[in-house]
Design a binder for this molecule. Sequence first.
Ligand code: IMP
Length: 191
Amino acid sequence: MIELIFATNNAHKLDEVQAIVGEQFLLKSLADIDCHDDIPETGVTFHENAKQKTDFLVNKYGLNCFGDDSGLEIDALNGEPGVYSARYSGTRDMQKNISLVLEKLTHESNRNARFKTVISLYLNQQQYFFEGSIEGKIIMELKGTDGFGYDPIFIPNGFSKTFAEMTAEEKNKISHRAIAVSKLAEFLGKL
Ligand code: IMP
């Protein structure tokens, strides 16, 4: 069995990814290896931030690991909120972050946007990246109560409901994160 550290403290994310990669790999969270550091996320791209996470773990522990970074890119806002998605309004309050996005788009007819995930994998001294994205539109007001983050204002192309109106199962079939994770799983499965 190959052990891999997943640079996350989110047990739910860990279980979800463990289920996808299968039992050939034993995933461990940051807490599992007693890592309680505030890992820097100061990059200006998802790639940089994801790599910062694995670089940190490689430098400190020298272990095989992966880390992800995600966010929402809106064309009319030149790709914002992007890497600043979690704190776009200067706080982690998602109501404020969503309000700021809707306010900036008030008179904007181009509502095209995408969610993106980049995974950085560091395995046996080699660096790999896996990406997932899903294109969609930002609607005028919030719809739905499930999910998290910007889910209530994002409708993926080809669908008529927001991510927040979908069940977790529906969202996880098509999401940016699911796409990136399945690429990682496919790669690991070939080892
Ligand atoms: P993280 O890198 O996965 O922690 O994502 C950073 C931020 O991007 C989150 O705090 C959310 O605001 C936003 N985000 C990422 N993925 C999603 C998603 O699937 N739905 C809604 N918002 C998301």
